[in-house]
Write a protein that binds this ligand. Sequence first.
Ligand code: SAH
Length: 260
Amino acid sequence: MIAPGEVWLVGAGPGDPDLLTRKAERLIASASIIFHDALVGQGILNLAHRCATLIHVGKRSGRHSKDQKTIDRMIVEAANAGGRVVRLKGGDPSIFGRATEELEACRRAGITVGICPGITAASAAAASIGASLTLRGMARKLTFVTAHARAGEKLEIDWTTLADPEATLAVYMGKSAAEEVAVRLLEHGLSADTPVALVENASLPDERIFHTRLDLLGLTSKTALGDGPAILLIGQALGCSRRKVEKRHSNMCAGLPLTA
Ligand code: SAH
């Protein structure tokens, strides 16, 4: 399925191997070399051919194992050496996945490169909590935003645009900046009781879900979340189907204030 010398950027989805696309599964199985992120778990790596070379190029916040230029170079070198190359990325490769750098590096080197989409964390998290990210008449807009700043830099975010009561915000890489996100959104007019859901390790066996409200987001994030990747979902749409979810996850919400 992958020609020698070709590269595919493949979305690995949020973690559960059942959430891979069939195309992703076939690409993974036919690769001779796979460069994968830290967020791609063993369940998915097990789908690789037993002779394939697996190379971990993961980046987790604060623990950069390979810089982007090195990853770009490794992918190009593997393709030039005749490898059937898969670059396996968590979620969807085109969402906060540095795909542009890798696509450009391949294209500059004259290498054929394709993208196989994946299920992004926001979709997986919404499925886990049993809610819709949009809501007719109330959440007409869905914004994917990253709250990750380069070391030592402030978040450069247009808060006025983000603080839209008719939008749902999906905040990626937002764990450490959760308090700032909440404070800025409140300052820019969102109400304190705006529903928030935090989902850690969405779709994985150790998934955890917390329902809270905007004024308690910072506290909840600090006290409840662990080491896993987490996404923050903010907006009125998250207030729906809460009752059912609260029952199912009441043990996980223990101790956290819930909105009426
Ligand atoms: N391309 C990925 C996002 C990469 S940025 C995608 O489309 O999902 C990494 C961030 O994604 C993490 O910091 C976290 O905010 C989110 N994320 C990735 N996997 C996740 C998971 N299983 N559960 C919750 N959040 C996740």
